[in-house]
Structure formats: structure tokens, C-alpha cells
Design a protein around this ligand. Sequence first.
Ligand SMILES: Nc1ncnc2c1ncn2[C@@H]1O[C@H](COP(=O)(O)OP(=O)(O)OP(=O)(O)O)[C@@H](O)[C@H]1O
Length: 208
Amino acid sequence: MRFRHATIGYPGNPVLIGLDLDLRAGERLALTGPNGAGKSTLIKSVLGLAAVLGGAVEVFGRSPGRAGGLCGYVPQAADLDPDFPVTAGQVVLMGRYRRTGWWRPTRAADRRAARAALDRVGLADRAGVRFGLLSGGQRQRVLLARAIVGEAALLLLDEPFNGVDADSQRSILTVLSELTAAGAALILSTHDEPLAHRFAHRVLAVGT
Ligand SMILES: Nc1ncnc2c1ncn2[C@@H]1O[C@H](COP(=O)(O)OP(=O)(O)OP(=O)(O)O)[C@@H](O)[C@H]1O
């Protein structure tokens, strides 16, 4: 991923100006900064969900939003409707849609991969439970399993530890360390500065 003098934001609202940033395979980058500083906007710009208003942004040599299944996005769990009637297992299976197409029946291999991903985040026994009935930490782990099952080469996590208990946080950090050791690059935003410095190879204080 490469930002060159990039201005990103929304039409009529540049949020980050003149940003230069590189991220390589296996690197862990943490974004810190106060509310409204632009952490989510930076993550969204990689996905093509926020605009590049100036300069250049390249993700896997392509424009943002064109890197398809190479990016795995873990949104803030609070952004999702807890009443949405799907099970934890179905949420994880959505991570395979990019490769299977959502309109096609899922194959046994996809279901096996979804079970393995849930197992990896310690929730093998929760597959049939409605997403909205899980705790905040469990929901965040399900969303991580959804990114894992898509075999993303770049993981983008927006405040993954908000409302997450200590056990879930440990479990998420362990899985993220394993994924980056295996070559995935990672960006996560957090308000927890000490954690950012412990976990990430680099910390970018956004908006300062
Ligand atoms: N869809 C949008 N259209 C226009 N402006 C937006 C949009 N989404 C966010 N903003 C603005 O962009 C700025 C940065 O917001 P952003 O959500 O990126 O901050 P953040 O650092 O992630 O904050 P938080 O820690 O609260 O999540 C804010 O001023 C916000 O009002």
C-alpha cells in the first residue's frame, strides 16, 4: 500500500492532507489519535470508501477499492445492526462471497473454511448463535473470522478492541500476530496508545 502526498476525505471535506505512507507484507501499522482525527477515514480510503481528493493512493498496485478480496475489513462492531437475523457462522461465510459470489450456493470447502476460522478465534461452538446475541468481544472475533476466511493479504481493523473483554482482546491479538507472521499486512486504529506501541511495528498519530 502506498500513499503519496495524498489528500483523503469526502467531497468538500478533506480530512487528511499530504499523507505519505507505505506498508509492506507482514507489517503492522497502528493508527492513533483523538475522535474525529481521521483514523476511520484513512482505513476507508484504502477500501475506496473515502475519496482520494489529491495525490495518489495505490493498494496492491491498483486504485483503492479495486484490490477486491486482497483486503479484509473488520468494521467497528457498533456500526452493524445487532438485529440483523444471521448467525455467527453465516457472517463468517460472507467472507467467502468475493470468491464464490453471494448468489451461488456455498460449497462444502467454504463451510469447512468458515468453521476453521471460527475455531481459530475460539468460537467454534458459537456458529449457530445469532450474531446480535453475542457479546461485543465475540462479535468482534466473528468479524475477524470473516476477514480470515477471505484469506486477505491486507487486514484493516477499525477500533477492534472497543467494548472487547480482556480474553477476546488477547485472542484477537494472538491471531493477528500469527496472520502477520505469515505475511499479511495490517492496519488497526485504536485509542489505546500503549497497546498500539506494544503491538504495532509503526504507530501513526493521525491528525497531529
Ligand atoms: N461520510 C462522511 N462524509 C463527510 N464527512 C465525514 C464522513 N464520515 C466522517 N466524516 C468526517 O471526517 C472526519 C474524520 O472522521 P473519522 O471517522 O475518520 O475519525 P476517527 O479518527 O476515526 O474518529 P473516531 O475515533 O471517533 O472513530 C470527521 O470530521 C467526520 O465528521
